[in-house]
Design a protein around this ligand. Structure first.
Ligand code: FES
Length: 125
């Protein structure tokens, strides 16, 4: 999306991130903006980690392939989301994010900083 401040965010080394099918990336904007980074069939993809339905944790969902399409199923109410497009057969649309690999590192295009470790809570002053 143009104009939302999204830039390429370094997430980590390819060698590490290609070890698991799904990783939770913490957002500096807070929990509601966290991202799931998938690595499936040799390809990365990323989508918002909180389900567009009621905020379920998509990183904990089952991943299945049907007719060549990889889908993640939300663990809360079992809605399906296409891993690449974020589309659900329910009509909901999960926000997806571009991913690139460059010089052995993985980058996700996002408006906030992204980290494999949680950000410290914002200080209330
Ligand atoms: S919260 Fe994900 S399907 Fe309801």
């Amino acid at each position: 999306m143009a104009g939302d401040g999204s830039v390429w965010r370094l997430v980590g080394p390819l060698a590490e991130l290609s070890q698991r099918r799904c990783r939770l990336l913490h957002s500096s904007f807070g929990r509601g903006s966290d991202v799931c980074l998938f690595y499936l069939q040799g390809r990365f993809s990323a989508m918002d980690a909180r389900c567009a339905h009621s905020g379920g944790p998509l990183c904990d969902g089952d991943i299945e392939e049907a007719d060549g399409v990889l889908q993640v199923f939300c663990p809360w109410h079992d809605y399906d989301f296409d891993i690449q497009t974020g589309k659900s057969q329910t009509g909901l649309q999960q926000q997806v994010h571009s991913v690139k690999v460059e010089d052995g590192n993985v980058y996700v295009k996002h408006a906030s900083l992204l980290s494999l470790e949680p950000f410290p809570p914002a200080s209330k002053s």
